[in-house]
Ligand binder design. Structure first.
Ligand SMILES: C[S@@+](CC[C@H](N)C(=O)[O-])C[C@H]1O[C@@H](n2cnc3c(N)ncnc32)[C@H](O)[C@@H]1O
Length: 216
């Protein structure tokens, strides 16, 4: 069955978006860290070679994009993170994947833990995060959630992709509030994730936002 396009009861930027982003930018997020996120941090520390660039693939799902990014960033260490052990377990090793690590963690924790450690990825990919299209779920979108300041603090060249244009436009507005410019374009290359492949095969448009978070 072809993937269905995102439908939402929201037709334009959420009216509470900027107020919410401002609140999260102004208020430190202090929720205690989940045990498995702390275990992920320990595994990251054991693996990390700080002399090499780090590429982060957040919400990596089955890690297909993580392997592809390792090929696209030779010499870098590539970290894929997802909260779903089920998805991560489906990762298929495709021969030489370079220096790649897949970790199970809640990114609301791990972004904050990594940022506090001073970790600064050169590139950060956020490919097809769950859109949470209901207006009432604004806070579950990454730009509307309490983890957004940690994402900004990590810095690097950020690339977000989504099949829901409004998600990307809201993300751009949230970045702008934080003083960060971004560029929006359509994904015209071959798919780099399973979700992207599904959406493109169904004839949907996919969108890409690029931002340099080191210039915040
Ligand atoms: C729509 S899937 C996209 C997966 C992959 N990037 C792709 O394009 O095929 C969204 C992924 O985000 C993960 N995710 C959602 N919330 C998360 C969180 N708080 N921490 C880590 N991963 C999360 C889900 O487990 C899921 O694998």
């Amino acid at each position: 069955m072809p993937a269905r396009a995102v439908t939402s009861n929201q037709q334009s930027l959420h009216e509470r978006l900027l107020e919410l982003v401002r609140r999260h930018l102004d208020t430190p997020f202090q929720k205690p860290f989940a045990q498995h996120s702390l275990a992920a941090l320990a595994a990251f520390r054991a693996w990390r070679d700080p002399t090499r660039p780090l590429v982060l693939d957040s919400c990596c799902g089955v890690g297909e994009s993580t392997a592809l990014l390792a090929a696209r960033h030779p010499g870098a260490q590539v970290l894929g993170v997802d909260k779903s052990a089920h998805r991560l377990a489906k990762h298929r090793h495709g021969g030489d994947e370079g220096d790649l690590l897949l970790l199970r963690a809640d990114l609301n924790d791990l972004w904050r833990l990594l940022a506090e450690e001073g970790v600064r990825p050169s590139h950060h990919y956020l490919l097809y995060p769950n859109p949470w299209p209901k207006a009432a779920h604004l806070q579950r979108r990454w730009h509307g959630g309490p983890g957004f300041p940690a994402l900004l603090a990590l810095g690097g060249q950020l690339q977000l992709r989504s099949n829901w244009l409004l998600y990307v436009e809201e993300f751009a507005a949230a970045l702008e509030l934080a003083g960060i410019a971004s560029r929006l374009s359509e994904v015209l290359e071959a798919p780099i994730t399973p979700f992207e492949r599904k959406y493109l095969a169904a004839g949907q448009q996919c969108w890409r936002l690029d931002a340099d978070l080191s210039r915040g």
